[in-house]
Design a protein around this ligand. Structure first.
Ligand SMILES: [Zn+2]
Ligand SMILES: [Zn+2]
Length: 61
Protein backbone atom coordinates (compact mmCIF):
# COMPACT_ATOMS: atom_id res chain seq x y z
CA UNK A 1 0.00 0.00 0.00
CA UNK A 2 1.48 3.26 -1.18
CA UNK A 3 0.76 6.51 0.60
CA UNK A 4 -0.68 9.37 -1.41
CA UNK A 5 2.51 11.41 -1.29
CA UNK A 6 4.58 8.40 -2.34
CA UNK A 7 2.22 7.94 -5.28
CA UNK A 8 2.47 11.60 -6.19
CA UNK A 9 6.26 11.46 -6.11
CA UNK A 10 6.32 8.40 -8.37
CA UNK A 11 3.91 10.12 -10.75
CA UNK A 12 5.98 13.29 -10.79
CA UNK A 13 8.91 13.43 -13.11
CA UNK A 14 11.36 13.54 -10.21
CA UNK A 15 13.11 10.94 -8.11
CA UNK A 16 13.16 10.97 -4.34
CA UNK A 17 16.90 11.47 -4.55
CA UNK A 18 16.43 14.67 -6.54
CA UNK A 19 13.67 15.78 -4.20
CA UNK A 20 15.88 15.25 -1.15
CA UNK A 21 18.81 17.12 -2.63
CA UNK A 22 16.41 19.92 -3.53
CA UNK A 23 15.32 20.23 0.09
CA UNK A 24 18.91 19.94 1.31
CA UNK A 25 19.94 23.05 -0.55
CA UNK A 26 21.07 25.77 1.82
CA UNK A 27 19.71 29.28 2.06
CA UNK A 28 22.09 32.10 1.24
CA UNK A 29 20.34 34.38 3.72
CA UNK A 30 20.17 32.28 6.87
CA UNK A 31 22.14 29.13 6.08
CA UNK A 32 19.27 26.79 6.88
CA UNK A 33 18.12 24.12 4.48
CA UNK A 34 15.24 24.77 2.11
CA UNK A 35 13.09 22.33 4.09
CA UNK A 36 13.10 24.73 7.06
CA UNK A 37 11.36 27.33 4.92
CA UNK A 38 7.59 27.26 4.57
CA UNK A 39 5.66 27.34 1.32
CA UNK A 40 6.09 31.12 1.13
CA UNK A 41 9.87 30.86 1.55
CA UNK A 42 9.91 32.19 5.10
CA UNK A 43 12.31 30.38 7.39
CA UNK A 44 10.67 28.72 10.38
CA UNK A 45 13.94 27.69 12.02
CA UNK A 46 15.22 24.34 13.21
CA UNK A 47 13.36 22.13 15.72
CA UNK A 48 12.00 24.45 18.39
CA UNK A 49 14.50 27.22 17.75
CA UNK A 50 13.05 29.98 15.60
CA UNK A 51 15.25 31.37 12.86
CA UNK A 52 16.77 34.62 14.10
CA UNK A 53 17.90 35.85 10.71
CA UNK A 54 14.44 37.17 9.82
CA UNK A 55 14.79 35.35 6.54
CA UNK A 56 11.54 35.69 4.63
CA UNK A 57 12.52 34.29 1.28
CA UNK A 58 14.61 31.27 0.43
CA UNK A 59 17.61 32.09 -1.68
CA UNK A 60 19.74 29.18 -2.77
CA UNK A 61 23.49 29.45 -2.35
ZN1 LIG B 1 16.71 30.21 8.75
ZN1 LIG C 1 16.56 31.30 4.86
Amino acid sequence: MVSTIDAQISNANISKKELISYFREKCKTCGHHRIMHNEFGKCEGVMNKPCMSGCDSFESE
